[in-house]
Design a protein around this ligand. Structure first.
Ligand code: HEM
Length: 239
């Protein structure tokens, strides 16, 4: 196969489109791990973690399935609103936010994931079909089948993490999700959960959100804090 050395063919910035310079994309990913363009079905690699999260067992689940599996309290492959609620409480969110999450997430996502066409008043989310609940206009880090696209994950930070490399401010998250209210909500909740002491959301925390390992980490940290009598709710991860 012929490789292109033509600088115009290989350019990532177009002089007449200043936004392509303002939001640069990575050109060096293949120096950190092989085939960065290839969707990974079960792990979420980054330049810092080419093999995904250490000690995180995918259990045969897609990365998107891993994102939601934490909320499946009884491990039966179905997430009911009360399980979403309980998971949110374990993360340290208050009763009101957890109730809202249980309702909004399950009412919004249940139907497309059902095995048949008949709706259920219990609003179950079937993890088997969670890819059908994807709403499209997001960062593109999950592909349509729930794989993880490292190239989109990395470009998200090269484009929008302009204040500190590999960390997002709330304003940067706001800009990134402009025009997509549903993703904005997910990102603001993630920011509330995992921002560090400086008010920044780290690349590691975001990667952990994608493969669900962040939720396990935060739940454990919150549980320990509750036992020690110093749960700080909503400000825990600092990861
Ligand atoms: C604290 C709890 C949660 C946080 C912080 C969170 C955060 C996120 C984030 C940041 C994304 C990535 C969106 C993007 O690529 O722009 C996402 C995607 C997604 N989340 Fe969650 N999530 C949470 C709970 C849940 C629950 C309980 C479910 C369902 C049971 C769920 C289902 C999904 C789905 C289906 C997607 C893919 C959406 C798409 O790409 O269109 N999430 N979430």
């Amino acid at each position: 196969m012929e490789k292109s050395n033509d600088p115009v063919a290989m350019a990532t910035v177009a002089p007449m489109a200043s936004v392509t310079a303002q939001r640069p994309i990575r050109t060096d990913l293949d120096s950190a791990f092989p085939k960065p363009y290839m969707g990974r079905a079960m792990v979420a690699p980054s330049m810092e973690h080419p093999d995904g999260t250490p000690n995180h067992n995918p259990r045969g689940l897609s990365v998107l399935q891993q994102h939601v599996a934490f909320f499946d309290q009884d491990n039966n492959g179905i997430i009911y609103p009360w399980e979403t609620y309980k998971g949110m409480r374990q993360l340290g969110f208050n009763i009101l936010i957890s109730l809202a999450a249980g309702l909004v997430i399950n009412i919004g996502m249940s139907y497309p994931t059902l095995p048949g066409w008949f709706p259920s008043i219990f609003f179950p989310i079937y993890i088997q079909n969670i890819h059908r609940a994807k709403h499209g206009s997001d960062t593109g880090t999950y592909d349509t089948e729930g794989r993880y696209m490292s190239v989109h994950f990395e470009n998200m930070f090269s484009k929008y993490a302009r204040t500190v490399p590999d960390k997002l401010t709330l304003k940067e998250i706001w800009n990134m999700t402009e025009g997509n209210r549903l993703a904005k909500l997910e990102w603001v909740v993630l920011y509330a959960l995992a921002r560090d002491e400086e008010g920044m959301l780290s690349k590691e925390a975001v990667r952990g959100c994608f493969d669900g390992s962040l939720f396990e980490y935060c739940a454990k940290k919150n549980k320990d804090a509750v036992y020690a009598g110093k749960s700080t709710l909503l400000n825990m991860a600092g990861k």
